[in-house]
Design a protein around this ligand. Structure first.
Ligand SMILES: [Mg+2]
Length: 221
């Protein structure tokens, strides 16, 4: 059962980028296929060995700011990560009805904030490809604060640059660990994404309200 969204109670909409507005299939393909390919070519190792080695390295950093940091991986893997992303930027896909949804929020004078763990380099490549930047009143990267969205400190830092009222804010994110942190800081309206990566099965969305398309929560007026 889909609970209808009460837009009268929401003044600010805080949105995640990858897996929420954009198909996470790009990022999964990038880290699990393209990076291993280029790593194996440049460092002259077997492709399967490269995949295994990188997977181990990724897992050791999961959930930390380093995991999301292109500078960290550029240094760690001795690869130009932004350049590699650019090579396959044609694979970046926006989810259906995303622009219509953001345009509607804008017409209703909602404050629209992008809050992402992605590095500024990645944000720029994504925004340039899908032309979404103009929809946002503010774009925040956790790298500016030194804390990932999974950490409580992120939300204090966010309030300093984007004074949001948790009681009237809606936060949409495909990452359930991040949603749990937002819940802990008192954000009243939380929504997650059923299928962040279109090439993978739907995720278990626990007790959170989950959508498969923004048309399901599109404001009517
Ligand atoms: Mg995400």
């Amino acid at each position: 059962m889909q609970t209808p969204m009460d837009w009268g109670k929401v003044t600010t909409v805080i949105l995640d980028m990858d897996g929420t507005l954009l198909d996470l299939s790009f990022d999964n393909y990038f880290w699990h296929e393209h990076v291993p390919l280029r790593f194996s070519q440049i460092h002259r190792v077997d492709l399967e060995d490269a995949k295994q080695q990188l997977l181990t390295r990724y897992q050791s950093k999961a959930g930390t700011l380093d995991w999301y940091c292109t500078d960290f991986w550029a240094h760690e893997l001795e690869l130009d990560i932004p350049a590699l992303k650019q090579e396959i930027s044609a694979r970046i896909r926006i989810f259906p009805n995303t622009k219509q949804f953001l345009a509607k929020l804008s017409r209703l004078n909602k404050r629209i904030v992008l809050a992402t763990n992605a590095h500024r380099d990645s944000i720029a490549i994504k925004m340039n490809t899908v032309q979404l930047e103009s929809y946002f009143d503010n774009i925040v990267s956790s790298h500016d604060f030194g804390y990932s969205k999974e950490e409580l400190a992120f939300w204090d830092k966010l309030a300093e640059v984007e004074p949001y009222d948790p009681a009237t804010s809606l936060f949409i994110d495909d990452n359930l660990e991040v949603l749990a942190t937002a819940e802990a800081v008192g954000i009243q309206h939380l929504i997650t994404i059923k299928q962040p990566d279109s090439s993978k099965p739907e995720q278990d969305t626990l007790h959170y309200q989950a959508i498969s398309d923004f048309s399901q929560i599109m404001p009517i007026s």
